[in-house]
Design a binder for this molecule. Structure first.
Ligand code: DX5
Ligand code: ZN
Length: 220
């Protein structure tokens, strides 16, 4: 199995203290920082955009894993890459020309990810999985942090892992996003997850760095 990566979502950070929140993550066992971009169209919420990403980039020493919950993401891929994204994930449901969009991400020198919503079956990935670096399985309906984990995501993780194996894609990153905690993380890892996003579970805990370390230990 690929080494486990913990990607805390700064959607759950204290935005008034974003600099020190990033410093805290820099000093933690998290390898990636998950950045949730929402446009109020693809999802019923608006988070933040380029100025915030650029500011985070200046401060962060970790990989910026940018999750685009926006319609027609191809309009902004270059701008996100220039603002500091190293992993760019678009939604299957938001991209009619997904293959082209994925190629654009790769041409920008970023890792390319495709996300699927809870109601989207894994088999839609069959003809794109060879071309991507990462599959993101939504384990909540995108738009908000702090929601309850939808346990069907465990079955879907297993299906993605099996699909990747059947196609010889040993390096594929399988990322789970939404409601991840110590309650479900072990099971997710056991069925093939190798990147865990955690927002509220990390930032609402008394000691976020310890919480990140505990999640990471499950991968050993
Ligand atoms: C939901 C976002 C998630 C979210 C995760 O739309 O994509 O990344 O911030 O937060 P928690 O871990 O609190 O569910
Ligand atoms: Zn996300």
């Amino acid at each position: 199995m690929e080494k486990l990566i913990i990607a805390p979502s700064i959607l759950a950070a204290n935005f008034a203290e974003l600099g020190s929140e990033i410093d805290m993550l820099n000093a933690s066992a998290a390898e990636w920082i998950h950045v949730d971009v929402m446009d109020g169209m693809f999802v019923p919420n608006i988070s933040f955009g380029f100025p915030v990403l650029e500011a985070v980039k200046k401060r962060a020493s970790k990989v910026l894993d940018v999750h685009l919950m926006i319609e027609k993401p191809e309009r902004y891929l270059e701008a996100f890459a220039k603002s500091g994204a190293q992993v760019l994930t678009v939604h299957y449901e938001a991209c009619p020309h997904l293959h082209r969009t994925v190629q654009q991400i790769k041409d920008l020198g970023c890792l390319a990810g495709v996300a699927i919503n809870p109601s989207t079956p894994v088999h839609v990935l069959e003809d794109i999985i060879h071309d991507i670096d990462l599959v993101l399985i939504m384990s909540v309906n995108p738009g908000f942090g702090g929601q309850k984990f939808i346990s069907n995501a465990i079955k879907k993780t297993k299906e993605v892992a099996e699909l990747a194996k059947s196609k010889g894609l040993g390096k594929l990153k399988i990322e789970i996003d939404g409601g991840v905690s110590l309650t479900n993380a072990s099971e997710l890892i056991n069925v093939g997850a190798n990147v865990l996003v955690a927002g509220n579970f990390v930032f609402s805990s008394p000691n976020p760095q310890e919480t990140i370390a505990h999640l990471l230990e499950l991968g050993n």
